[in-house]
Design a protein around this ligand. Structure first.
Ligand SMILES: NC(=O)c1ccc[n+]([C@@H]2O[C@H](COP(=O)([O-])OP(=O)(O)OC[C@H]3O[C@@H](n4cnc5c(N)ncnc54)[C@H](OP(=O)(O)O)[C@@H]3O)[C@@H](O)[C@H]2O)c1
Length: 307
């Protein structure tokens, strides 16, 4: 099996002859067609999750790749050989998707939307599922409520804007240069360029603030919140207040896929209510270019690797 591994100097390398996964109970084998590249992957290569891998006894060759689309290769209880699926692997214990095959619990994936290709399908699950949990479950976002998304043009942001509109909210988005019309085409009601507008100087109040940049803190965002408003940092920490007991914080941690919610998301895609955005597709052999694209500003949606 081919896959990306992290070498001792913390650099990625594409290797052959890796041991393919053998599905355990409730798992099926999936041949990966496409997998996204996102900030987690670079952090994983840099060793950010090593202590968790050690804690859970995870010793897999491939340590990057959370989202995927592919074809089921073994019959399961819910899926059968040949089904086209998409999903999101367990962030710590799962077989990671920067490989030719994964074994995965059937609860972590759903049938792919029918009107998208594999690369588009691989750009959907993480951003859609995470922002759905953030906005619907933590933020309790409902019709007419006001949402601020900071960092709105990336992999989570574009899905978050669309899901917020599906929930009926008014969406203010903050992103980089030249993104205004683009984000409006995704449904954003108001767009600010972070190079020209300091978020802390906004005078509006928001029911939910979703910070996808990991720059903002609860203390800095409180003046922008309504009395019952919720601040949701993408990576909760002590520094940004995301781990505090404050009632105005939503603790966001989506570790794995979810069959029911992914099916709901696939239906939205099929109904034309939610679109996937591939910033750029690369072949797995061009993984270095894909990871260098991850470091560039002005991306729109997801970078995708395809076999
Ligand atoms: N808690 C969870 O369960 C969970 C799950 C999934 C992801 N996450 C986290 O969510 C975060 C976002 O993920 P992603 O995939 O959407 O990342 P991404 O694609 O890199 O998007 C981040 C966005 O932030 C923008 N940005 C950078 N500096 C900014 C600033 N000063 N003000 C406003 N926007 C700024 C970037 O725009 P430019 O292009 O202009 O730089 C980019 O569009 C990551 O930290 C990820 O680890 C958390």
């Amino acid at each position: 099996m081919k896959g990306l591994i992290v070498e001792s100097n913390k650099q990625f390398a594409l290797k052959d002859n890796l041991a393919p996964p053998i599905p355990e109970q409730d798992e099926v084998l999936v041949r990966i067609k496409s997998a996204s590249v996102n900030p987690y992957d670079a952090e994983s290569a840099a060793g950010r999750f090593d202590e968790y891998f050690a804690e859970y006894g995870v010793d897999k060759d491939v340590q990057s790749g959370l989202e995927f689309s592919g074809i089921v290769e073994s019959d399961g209880k819910r899926f059968k050989r040949g089904d086209q699926v998409f999903g999101y692997v367990n962030m710590i214990t799962g077989w990671k998707s920067h490989a030719e095959f994964i074994a995965i619990n059937e609860d972590y994936m759903a049938l792919m939307p029918t009107h998208v290709d594999f690369s588009q399908a691989a750009a959907i699950p993480l951003g859609s599922l995470t922002t759905l949990v953030a906005l619907q479950d933590l933020g309790q976002l409902k019709t007419g409520m006001k949402l601020l998304i900071n960092g709105a043009a990336g992999g989570l942001g574009l899905q978050g804007i669309q899901i917020a509109k599906l929930l009926g909210a008014h969406v203010t988005a903050i992103a980089g240069d030249s993104q205004t019309e683009y984000l409006q085409s995704y449904g954003a009601d108001k767009v600010y360029d972070y190079n020209r507008t300091n978020i802390k100087e906004l005078t509006e109040k928001f029911d939910v603030i979703l910070d996808l940049t990991n720059i903002q803190t609860l203390a800095a965002m409180k003046p922008l919140l309504t009395p019952n408003g919720i601040f949701i940092p993408a990576e909760p920490s002590q520094e940004n207040g995301g781990e505090s007991e404050d009632t105005q914080v939503g603790y966001l941690m989506v570790m794995h896929g979810n069959f029911e919610q992914l099916t709901r998301i696939a239906n939205w895609v099929d109904e034309g209510k939610l679109k996937a955005t591939v910033d750029k597709e690369f072949k797995f052999t061009d993984y270095l270019e894909a990871f260098s694209r991850l470091q560039q500003k002005g991306r729109r949606g997801r970078i995708v690797l395809s076999w």
